[in-house]
Design a protein around this ligand. Structure first.
Ligand code: ADP
Ligand code: ZN
Length: 635
């Protein structure tokens, strides 16, 4: 067998993705590798394919128990003998597994790093033929990484103990330069082939929305995407409970996850989500590590997260199957305050001294500001993300909410000067609400009490709406013309660039979305994900698609596995396009390999043939033929 056969037979794919082949070939030639690829890029295939081609066993070191279970489940499903050894097993189970391993039962064994130095495991490893050691989540070995795990240092010692040094392959989604160096040095990789693939996830649509009512937006959005799986992230447990209650009240199939639930509840809820019994998940950022649910169609952030790192990781859980999916952040200025509060009240790590704590705090602040700026920018969102992660970008993407919006540029130099004058006149004693109220000439009890009417700036911007004035003030804060104090009062003061503006040396302009009728705005949201693969099916095709989904769910229940492990949505669509009636035709379908064919092929074939009454007919829009050349659709 060669690598293409392995890919097709066990995983059902026809072609490798970017970078996969290079790493596989290097590993096969005996060279160490370091693969840095974003979540969802397909790192597993890079070591699983060579593992199946090597004569001996591949050990995969992974820190996450849930991930191991998932991966091993998927491998066995695909006909690969695999096992995991970690603390979720009893001593007895571990002994049995090691006995089977020693007898050559498994090609791939997942193991927790703590396990490596135990006597039984070392004994087994020394006596077995170990072809490769793979280190998953390799950034855990770096003290500079976000989740350093001292137990990862055991890997190096373990490899040294082996009679023959196996190939070592390491994988991570963290790309900073220090972490990369650390992995190479600390793991002792020998002249590794390093591959860093782009961080762009082309199938993800990014949007920042600033709805007046987040709840209304959410309910509408989910209504427009019924039947799809989505995750809604909230900043706090309280918000999770609130949003979960709201959606439940609407009769939606929703569950929840946060650290305040019992481990039992969390497990049940997570499984309800993974098995698509309840395809909507409302959660804090405690949810998602190690979850590989490939058919998540959208990730909505109900609150702004604390950093771009967090955001991209959480949003990246959408669309792991490569299908078009949406990542939407619902912004409100209040989220910034909440996050600032959370940062300031973070439990200090006792290992750090006061100076380190201060540095860490400053880093947190910086990250938060960068996140805030993502929500404010009127430029391309994807470009912003990629630049943040150190990639060069040459053009706007055309597929984010900013690229799709039309903007007009408004010169606001005169308004900026009036705002500055007002802030000066009030001697920096008020926050944005009072300042905007004075400028707009509002007549409220509070403003009267502050003597607002006596001020020269009272009503000096009364031709503008209050929200426009606030928007201008926020823009001036971003541009450092104004400055907001970092306490709970959030007072406005003149910033470093105030003088330049006041002296007419710095013009100020604001990019504003072109005013659009409300209806049209809604439509942008609804249609953003058009061109999803299933959209190519006509109504009869969609009907068949639903039938096949039911069949998939039935099989998944019989076998106790998540539906996407049976076939992905993409495979179901390809089935509806190609309408295979025979084994040969079946094997041309994306995601159908020899093993899956043996297991499920006939049942799907029969369901299709029944539905079609044994006759082929085109069930999709477009030009492709049914069998064989439908490939173009998915390349
Ligand atoms: P990562 O570990 O990089 O986050 P995974 O290894 O879990 O990503 O892969 C993400 C998804 O992409 C999985 O559903 C996997 O089956 C799919 N995938 C990987 N390689 C290919 C390929 N060559 N063709 C099609 N799908 C692939
Ligand atoms: Zn864009």
């Amino acid at each position: 067998m060669d690598k293409y056969n392995v890919l097709k037979t066990y995983f059902g794919y026809d072609t490798f993705r970017e970078g996969q082949e290079l790493l596989i070939d290097s590993i096969r030639s005996g060279r160490d590798v370091l693969g840095i690829m974003p979540t969802g890029a397909g790192k597993s295939i890079c070591y699983q394919v060579p593992a199946l081609l090597f004569p001996g066993i591949t050990l995969v070191v992974s820190p996450l128990i849930s991930l191991m279970k998932d991966q091993v489940g998927a491998l066995n499903q695909a006909g690969v003998h695999a096992a995991y050894i970690n603390s979720s097993l009893s001593e007895n189970q571990i002994r049995t597994a090691l006995k089977l391993a020693a007898a050559g039962r498994y090609k791939i064994i997942y193991v927790a790093p703590e396990r490596l130095e135990t006597r039984e495991f070392l004994e087994f490893a020394k006596g077995a033929e170990i072809s490769m050691v793979t280190v998953d989540e390799a950034h855990c070995i770096s003290q500079w990484g976000q989740d350093f795990r001292p137990s990862y240092l055991k890997i190096v010692r373990f490899i040294r103990e082996l009679p023959v040094r196996p190939v070592v392959s390491a994988f991570t989604a963290t790309a900073t330069a220090v972490v990369k160096e650390d992995i190479q040095c600390v793991l002792g990789l020998r002249d590794p082939q390093v591959l860093l693939t782009g961080f762009d996830r082309k199938n993800l649509y990014f949007a920042v929305e600033k709805p007046k009512k987040k709840d209304g937006f959410l309910v509408d959005y989910i209504g427009n995407h019924s039947g799809e799986s989505g995750i809604i992230y909230c900043a706090t447990r309280k918000n999770v409970e609130k949003v979960h209650g709201l959606l439940k009240q609407q009769g939606l199939p929703v569950t929840r996850y946060h650290a305040g639930l019992t481990p039992e509840e969390r497990k049940v809820n997570q499984e309800d989500f993974i098995y698509d019994r309840l395809p909507l998940m409302v959660a804090t950022n405690a949810f998602g590590m190690g979850i590989d649910k490939s058919n998540v169609r959208y990730v909505i952030h109900y609150n702004m997260p604390q950093s771009m790192e967090n955001y991209y990781q959480e949003a990246g859980r959408a669309g792991r199957d490569g299908e078009l999916s949406e990542c939407i952040l619902l912004y409100s200025p209040q989220d910034v305050m909440v996050n600032r509060f959370l940062i300031e009240n973070k439990e200090p790590n006792p290992e750090y001294g006061p100076e380190e704590l201060l540095t860490l705090r400053e880093q947190d602040e910086k990250r938060l500001n960068a996140m805030n700026y993502y929500c404010m920018t009127t430029g391309c969102l994807r470009e912003y993300i990629l630049r943040y992660f150190g990639e060069k970008v040459t053009a706007a993407c055309g597929n984010c909410s900013n690229c799709r919006k039309e903007f007009v540029t408004l010169d606001m130099t005169q308004e900026a000067k009036k705002i500055l004058f007002c802030v000066g006149e009030c001697r920096g004693r008020y926050g944005i609400n009072v300042i905007a109220g004075i400028l707009c000439g509002h007549n409220t009890a509070k403003l009267r009490e502050y003597g607002a009417q006596e001020r020269e700036s009272y009503g000096s911007l009364k031709e503008l709406t209050e929200s426009r004035v606030k928007q201008m003030i926020q823009h001036m804060v971003l541009e450092e013309i104004l400055f907001v104090t970092r306490d709970k009062y959030a007072l406005l003061k003149a910033g470093p660039k105030a003088r330049e503006v006041a002296e007419d040396r710095l013009p100020v302009s604001l990019r504003l979305p072109k005013e659009q009728p409300r209806e049209k705005e809604n439509k942008t949201v609804k249609t953003a994900a058009k061109n999803r693969k299933s959209d190519i099916l006509n109504s009869r095709g969609l009907n068949l698609f639903d039938k096949l989904r039911e069949l998939r769910l039935a099989i998944a229940r019989e076998e106790g596995v998540p539906p996407y492990l049976v076939f992905s949505d993409k495979t179901l669509v390809d089935l509806c396009v190609k309408l295979p009636f025979s084994r040969e035709e079946m094997l041309t379908v994306n995601g159908v390999g020899e093993h899956k064919y043996k297991k499920y092929g006939v049942r799907f074939q029969e369901a299709i043939s029944d539905y079609m009454g044994g006759k082929k007919e085109k069930l999709y829009f477009g030009e492709q033929g049914f069998v064989g050349d439908g490939k173009a659709l998915f390349s």
